[in-house]
Design a protein around this ligand. Sequence first.
Ligand SMILES: [Mg+2]
Length: 281
Amino acid sequence: MDNIKDIHEAKRLIIFSDLDGSLLDHSDYSWTSALPALERIQREHVPLIFCTSKTRVEVELIQKEICITDPFIVENGGGIFFLQDFGDIPDNKAITLCGYQCVRLGTPYETIRSFIKYQKKKFTIRGFGDMTVEEIAQLTGLSAEKAALAKERDFTEPFIVGQKQDLVGLEKAARNEGLRITKGGRFYHLVGYGNNKGAAVRIVKDLYSRSWQSPILSVGLGDSMNDISMLEQVEIPVLIPHDDGLYENTYLQDLIKAPYPGSKGWNHAVHRIMDQIIPGT
Ligand SMILES: [Mg+2]
């Protein structure tokens, strides 16, 4: 993509970002290599909207560590949480959850768990709700404290299967129940049908555009299949490679391919984009 400056015009910038494998390194969840770009984003007051499969409480911790308070999208688009009042949230989707103004796109977690409990009779499926904190810590490389936060779910369920061929039957059963399966960096995720990152990004862009009364120029950074719907919705999509240097397969043509995996690639791509939009910062 060579025309970033041309499409910038008088638009205001928003950055949407996946966390695991994108801003956070796949192996140890570090974002140290992205610190220069994070500081630049904060200096320029550019909203940084996390758009992740992580839970609300996991994102709260990361936001606190990075010192940001922007809205955030959790559980693959299951919910959008706002600290400040955005006013125009569509009534049919607005709820108050844990003190936040929240847009709920996902299915209640109890419904998702009921499906898994039933399917366990036929398939080798194990969700986070079936696992101990220690098991999740082992599978993810998270500390026990952080693994416990990953279990506090509102809308979706990460899972593994003992036999890969079970996925075909599970996908069919999910469809019949108005659910679907998507894939992140480590796990499959069982999500509600209207629950995807792209739908959530569209809502956030629309709310900012109305709040600012200005057109939006949006950047999206992601590394996995579950990020593609987010990358479809932004003007400047950025694909981060996996740790082995390979990129997720996508039909999206006009995207920036970050040259490195994880936070180093994230840092490089954000600088490249901001150099063209807000040079000299
Ligand atoms: Mg990822």
